[in-house]
Design a protein around this ligand. Sequence first.
Ligand code: AR6
Length: 173
Amino acid sequence: MPIAVIAADITTLAADAIVNAANEALLGGGGVDGAIHRAAGPALLAACRALPEVAPGVRCPTGEARITPGFALPARWVIHTVGPVWHGGGRDEAALLADCHRNALRLARGHGLRRIAFPAISCGVYGYPAPLAAGVALGTLREVLERDPAFDIVLCCYSEPMRAVFQAALTSA
Ligand code: AR6
């Protein structure tokens, strides 16, 4: 199965695309979003700002994805997606998190991109319990890979404990 789980800074990966765990405004933020904007340079913010708003202040609704170039990043593209804020599990969080992964790969497929690195979407500021998020992420990625095995996917965690959580989800299912 072409899924690898690693601990690294996603901004250092020379993938076809790295996925950003953004917010609906797509104008940057903290966490991995801030790191990606810093490493890509100001052209990334300009490219995000140029994406159309679908509602006031919303360029990418939760669960959807948008693509921009990677600019100064080693990755050629950035696929921005917006994970759900964790509210306890009763607000469609799992379905929305699955949508993030599915829609990111749909965009990747449309651009002919194969090697895609994902961060642990929603597992930081948005508070999604990591073991639950890992199960959703890996379950969804597996489903897509069954239909499209040409993808080469890296789950890029930022810490060794997070890597262990995602690795457990990879090996248990
Ligand atoms: N490389 C890989 N993973 C990283 C990196 C990095 N350089 N930096 C942080 N992480 P978060 P969210 C991990 O909070 O929960 C932003 O402000 C981090 O340790 O970045 O989806 C956005 O603008 C955690 O495991 O994203 C939104 O407002 C994971 O990435 C909001 O945060 C995700 O943590 C999105 O929250």
